[in-house]
Design a protein around this ligand. Structure first.
Ligand code: NAD
Length: 362
C-alpha cells in the first residue's frame, strides 16, 4: 500500500528502506563506506571483521572508530566461526547480508594461498550455512570481482562473457564463490546477488593497491614500480570511485528480493543475479601516475618493468548495461575527480606537511 501511495523510491537512494543488514568485512575499505551509507539513511547495521593483518591494522581500527562514532558496532570475529554467526542471527533478525569480507589482492596469493581458501571459500560457505539456517533467511549481496574475467579479449566485459580463465588464485576463489552462492540459491532458496567490482579506489582505501602505495612512495621520494604489458602496452584499469560502488551496493540490497527458504528448506525459486559495477572508462596506469603527480605536486621516480606472470591482467573494462537497467546504477565520478578526493583525504589523514615534506601520523 505504501509503495503505491508514495512516489517511487529509486534503488540505492539516500532514503532508508528499513533494512537490517549484517555487513561482513565492515572494517575494510568498501565495508566501512557501505556501513556508513546504510546507517546514514537510517537502516540497521551490524558489522563483523576479523581485523586481519594483511595491511596496516591501525587503518582498520581507525575505520572502526569512525563507524562507532556513527553508531555502527563491529564485532571482532571470523566468518568461519559458525557459532558466532548463529548467535548474531539469533539476536538480530537480519533482512540482508552484505558480504564483503575476503582475502583481497592478486599477488599476495603467491605468498599465502591458504588465507584465500580460509576467507574466500571456507568463510563463504560458513556464512552461507548460517544464512540458510536463519529465520528469517536474509537476502545475500556479496562482492565477487572483475578478476573473474581473467585473460579475456572480449571488451568491455559483460556478465555473459566467459569466466573460465582466472589469472590468479584470488580470481579462482571469486569464481568459485559464484558457483557456491549459486548452489545455495537453488538448493536452499537464498536470494543471491554477486557484484563484480572493478578496481575500487577512494578515501580510507587499501594501502596494498597501486594508487595508494604510489601516493606514499611519490611523497617520500621513493621509486614506484609501474608494470607494462607485453609489446610495451600500458596496463589499464576501469578505476571505480568508492561512492559509485556504494550506490551500486545499496541499490542491490534494495532490489534483492526475498529468500524463499527457512531452516534450510526451500519453498520456491529465489532471485540469483550477477552485476558488473565498474566505471566503464578505463585509464592507463601511467595516466593514473601523472594525475597523482599533479595533485601531489611531486614528480614520481618511475621504474617501468614488464608485468610478471603473477596474477595481474593487462586491462579491465566493464560493460555496465545490466546494472544500469536493473539497479539504475550510474557512475558519476571521473578518475580525476576521485583521485582529488583521495589525495585530499590522504594528506590530511597522514598529516602531510608540504613545507617540510614530512608526515605527522605515518
Ligand atoms: P579489504 O581488505 O579492505 O576488506 C576486507 C575486510 O574483510 C578486511 O577488513 C578484513 O579484515 C576482513 N576479513 C577478511 N577475512 C575475514 C574473515 N575470514 N572473517 C572476517 N573478516 C575478514 O578489501 P576491500 O577492498 O574493502 O574489498 C571488499 C570486497 O570487495 C572483498 O570481497 C574484495 O575481494 C572485493 N573486491 C574489491 C575490489 C577493490 O578494488 N577494492 C575489487 C574487486 C573485488
Amino acid at each position: 500500500i505504501r509503495a503505491s501511495a508514495s512516489p517511487r523510491r529509486p534503488p540505492g537512494s539516500a532514503e532508508g528502506a528499513g533494512l537490517s543488514v549484517l555487513v561482513t568485512g565492515a572494517a575494510g575499505f568498501v565495508g566501512t563506506h557501505c556501513s556508513l551509507a546504510l546507517r546514514k539513511r537510517g537502516d540497521g547495521v551490524v558489522g563483523i571483521d576479523n581485523f586481519n593483518k594483511y595491511y596496516d591494522p591501525s587503518l582498520k581500527k581507525a575505520r572502526r572508530a569512525l563507524l562507532a562514532s556513527h553508531g555502527v558496532f563491529v564485532v571482532e570475529g571470523d566468518i568461519n566461526d559458525g557459532r558466532l554467526l548463529t548467535k548474531l542471527f539469533d539476536v538480530v533478525p537480519f533482512t540482508h547480508v552484505l558480504h564483503l569480507a575476503a582475502q583481497a589482492g592478486v599477488r599476495y596469493a603467491m605468498e599465502n594461498p591458504a588465507s584465500y581458501v580460509h576467507s574466500n571459500i571456507a568463510g563463504l560457505v560458513s556464512l552461507l550455512e548460517a544464512c540458510k539456517d536463519a529465520d528469517p533467511q536474509p537476502a545475500v549481496v556479496w562482492a565477487s570481482s572483475s578478476s573473474v574475467y581473467g585473460l579475456n579479449d572480449a571488451v568491455p566485459f559483460s556478465e555473459a562473457h566467459r569466466t573460465d580463465r582466472p589469472a590468479s588464485l584470488y580470481a579462482a576463489t571469486k569464481k568459485a564463490g559464484e558457483e557456491i552462492t549459486h548452489t545455495y540459491n537453488h538448493i536452499y532458496g537464498l536470494s543471491v546477488t554477486g557484484l563484480r567490482f572493478f578496481t575500487v579506489y577512494g578515501p580510507w582505501g587499501r594501502p596494498d593497491m597501486a594508487y595508494f602505495s604510489f601516493t606514499r612512495n611519490i611523497l617520500q621520494g621513493k621509486p614506484i614500480t609501474v608494470y607494462r604489458g607485453k609489446d610495451h602496452v600500458d596496463l589499464a584499469r576501469d578505476f571505480t570511485y568508492i561512492d559509485d560502488i556504494v550506490r551500486g551496493c545499496l541499490a542491490s540490497l534494495d532490489t534483492a528480493g526475498r529468500s524463499t527458504g527457512t531452516g534450510g528448506r526451500k519453498r520456491g525459486p529465489a532471485p540469483y543475479r550477477i552485476f558488473n559495477l565498474g566505471n566503464t572508462a578505463p585509464v592507463t596506469v601511467p595516466t593514473l601516475v601523472s594525475i597523482l603527480e599533479r595533485y601531489l605536486r611531486v614528480k614520481a621516480k618511475k621504474n617501468v618493468v614488464e608485468m610478471p606472470g603473477n596474477g595481474d591482467v593487462p586491462f579491465t573494462h566493464a560493460n555496465i548495461s545490466l546494472a544500469r537497467e536493473q539497479l539504475e546504477y550510474k557512475p558519476t565520478t571521473s578518475l580525476e575527480m576521485g583521485l582529488k578526493k583521495f589525495v585530499r583525504w590522504y594528506l590530511s589523514y597522514y598529516g602531510y606537511n608540504r613545507g617540510t615534506h614530512t608526515f605527522n601520523n605515518l
